[in-house]
Ligand binder design. Sequence first.
Ligand code: PLP
Length: 233
Amino acid sequence: TMKVSDIKAIAEIAKNNNIMLVVDNTFLTPYFQMPLKLGADIVIHSATKYIAGHNNATGGVAIGSKSFTEKAFILRKNMGVILSPFDAWIMTIGVKTLPLRMEKHNENAMKIAKFLEKHEKIEKVLYPGLASHPQYETSKKQSTGSGGMLAFEIKGGIEAGKKLIDNVELCVLEGNLGDVCTLIQHPASMTHAVISKEERLKIGITDGMVRLSVGIEDADDIINDLEQALKKV
Ligand SMILES: Cc1ncc(COP(=O)(O)O)c(C=O)c1O
């Protein structure tokens, strides 16, 4: 739902109550946001997403103080959740282009968000880089970019959402995120279809909500694809 949390404010509450703050920084990566500097105790990433960047490896990262990483290291060893050499190799290659990719994801997402915001078939666009985003100021304060993730609500509910994802040609229908290719998914009919509409609405997932993980293609190609698919809705 693209809600942005105020990390500094939450870190202060956590500290005052002796609670450890863990931030999942998968969407923005260290390139755009550094939660440890904002007061978090631990930062985690699904490295499967932007860190590897090509939808071809699975892994994760946990960063924190020495006392935390020493304990985590033992736990990881005892549980056997060791990154495979192949995935590790893929990630060391992928991460080298992280800054270039993140800049392009960010630039493309902004262009697409602006295109969608003006489209007659779109009710609402949720992208933290847009001044219309409810936490735009928080996002600007704590991140140096807004990344490649955005959500939008298409008019016409569940059927319209399904029609859109059935008609895209360049965007890839997929629940993952952080790939160089643009990935599209419709939570109400895909990832969140197993929970009731009431439960979905409680967490802000409307029937017409579509999520885009904007890739690094030419932004106009992505816009043209969305435009032609929207015509069929
Ligand atoms: C924000 C975020 N963090 C973590 C994960 C977990 O990813 P993985 O399956 O690579 O562990 C996901 C998966 O979709 C995610 O979206």
